[in-house]
Design a protein around this ligand. Sequence first.
Ligand code: PLP
Length: 358
Amino acid sequence: MHKKLFIPGPVEVQPAVLEKMATPMIGHRSKDASKLQERITGKVQEMLYTKEAILLSTSSGSGLMEGAVRSCTLKRAAIFAVGAFGIRWYEMAQSNNVPVDLFEVEWGNATTLEMIDEVLSTGKYDLITITHNETSTGLMNPLETIAGAIKNYPDIVFCLDAVSSAGGSKIEVDKLGIDICITSTQKALGLPPGMALCTFSQKAIERAQQVRCRGYYLDLLALYDYIQKKDYQYPSTPSLSHMFALDYQLDCILAEGLDQRFARHIDMAEYTRQWAREHFELFADERYLSNTLTTIKNTRKIDISALNRELGARGYQISNGYGKLKDKTFRIAHMADCTLEEVKELIDNINDILKIKN
Ligand SMILES: *Cc1c(COP(=O)(O)O)cnc(C)c1O
């Protein structure tokens, strides 16, 4: 039996999107390939409220995270972590020999304006990375506040990990001054895993032009230059299947209406949180809860694998905790094309299995 996925990626994908993955191939150097990439670009720009360039990468989101920190750090990168994915960005910088420092908060907390000010005012850094939505802790960082603090430092290239939020939560890239906003297909966008995309600002382009060793496959400037020189093409062979599906899914996202889509995510989040507060506890700071997934403290000491086995028999799957939170928490993702009715159905089943009376 297929299990409907309520895990934070890969997510449940609409059958029509899956069908688009099976579109017959075209040459990746054809005019049709250029048009496909150009169409995708326009729609991603609309979804992310930006006029800047859009880069596609045949990799998961991690590829563009690694590419961003390597391609755009000249002096030193300041990595702000609020959980596992922020730390991953730090490790990527280190393994690429990029000068870097890590600024971590206790898991469950947000990055603060004061921390950013303290670090950036040293003048040591020229790139910052922020996790928008931390998928391990279920925390959504206060983006406007953070962006406001970063704006006081015009030489900083601002990289945002929006892998588990873009397409499910509003991110006004240009207004917030985000230089590189990264996401991948298998989370709030609602596609199969295998492709990533990001915005790439003029400031980021100019910075990358000064960086000598940007790597090869994940060199963001190379992706950008190829789009300019070759009319919306990709330097190597891209996953055209993902591009067909993305082109279609972006139409669905825009047809739903961005505001409606973001509101649907908030409704699903509020329902899940309310249930979690009544029967468990929320892991993250109440002020900064994620709209796309909920991380729940396992205060009833339930056997999460056993719960998932029983859910599996009924056609659902949720997620255990991430990394060091593996057994201490569990996670319910409510992102992409998932509906409030489906979330209610899932939670009814969890209540039934755990014998929780509503
Ligand atoms: C899933 C995730 C990543 C990693 O993305 P991949 O597409 O799996 O490489 C990075 N950051 C966050 C916040 C994520 O949720």
